[in-house]
Structures are given as C-alpha cells and as structure tokens.
Write a protein of this length. Structure first.
Length: 187
C-alpha cells in the first residue's frame, strides 16, 4: 500500500469513526492498539496498567468521536493525545493513592496491649472492616494485615489490578470516615 493510498484509508477511517461506524472502530483498534499499548507500557512500566489505558483510550475515542477533525494524519495523533491524557490521569491516581496510604500508615498506631479498651478497639476495627463488604474488606485485610502487594492481592482474588487499587483507596476512605465518626461520638 502506497503512502497516498494509506492516507486515503486513514481519512476514510476518521470519517467513518466520526459518523459512528463500529467497523471503523474495530479497524482503528486493530491498527493502533499496539502503538497505544506500547506507549502506555513504556510510560507506566506495568502491563496491566497499559492494558487498562489502551482500553480506556479506545472507549474515549468512541465517546469523543464527534471531536475529531478528519484528515489523513489526524487519527494516530489524536489517539496518542488521548493516551497521554489517560497515562497522566493514571499517574495522578497512583500518586493520590500512595499519598493516602502513606498518610494512613503515618498516623500514630494504637499500642495493642491486652487492656479492655484495646480489645474494644480491635473489635471495632474488625467490625468496621466487615461492614465494608466484600471484596473490599478482604482486599484491605490482605494489604494491611498480611502485608501483600497489590499484584499479589489481584492474583489471589482473581481481580484486575486496577480494581484492587480502587478497592484499597475507597476502602481506606470509608474506613477512615467510619472510624472518625465513632471517635467523634465517644464522650
């Protein structure tokens, strides 16, 4: 296929995408998913995150198809632009999660001796964890009680890595809010 012929095909794909053609999306994915995946993998260093970003890019392309300005060169550049935004979003999310976990771990930990108050505290944390529901409760227990990595938890529970990270982040926020509510109610 010559350069002029390839340009014509790219233009046709961009026009078809803008017009809502599912076949065009399939062909665009076939052609440029490896490029997007490689860019994400090199930027993020994690195969699972790169797969998530690749999927998000093509979903975003479909949802935002009305914004593309069809030309022979627009499509690959447009997809790379979306990929860069998704990679940045994921890095920001990672940073926030790390900061949240660090802040939670840095808080003074209670001295778990065998007093009645300490036992009550342990029971309270255990009860609040259970009320988070599954799999969030199990994810938090594996991460903080058994000190497992995110990848180990994902493998153990058969969940995607991104889902494990989301459960950790949301679970910590819920647990913190619930425990703060309890400490505010105590005389």
């Amino acid at each position: 296929m010559g350069a002029a012929e390839d340009d014509a095909v790219r233009l046709d794909l961009a026009l078809a995408l803008r017009d809502g053609s599912a076949e065009a999306v399939a062909e665009i994915y076939r052609r440029w998913a490896p490029l997007v995946h490689t860019l994400a993998l090199r930027s993020l260093g994690n195969h699972h995150d790169a797969e998530d970003v690749t999927q998000q890019v093509f979903i975003a392309a479909w949802r935002g198809r009305h914004t593309i300005r069809p030309s022979a060169q627009a499509l690959p550049g447009w997809l790379v632009g979306i990929a860069k935004h998704r990679i940045t979003d994921l890095r920001t999310q990672r940073f926030r999660s790390l900061r949240l976990v660090s802040a939670t771990v840095a808080e003074p930990q209670p001295d778990w001796t065998s007093t009645d108050d300490d036992l009550a505290g342990q029971l309270l944390v255990s009860q609040e964890l259970a009320q988070l529901g599954e799999p969030r409760s199990t994810v938090l227990r594996l991460a903080f009680v058994e000190d497992r990595t995110h990848q180990e938890i994902a493998n153990t529970l058969g969940l995607p890595l991104g889902t494990v990270k989301s459960h950790l982040r949301r679970g910590l926020l819920q647990l913190r809010a619930r425990l703060e509510g309890v400490s505010d109610e105590t005389p």
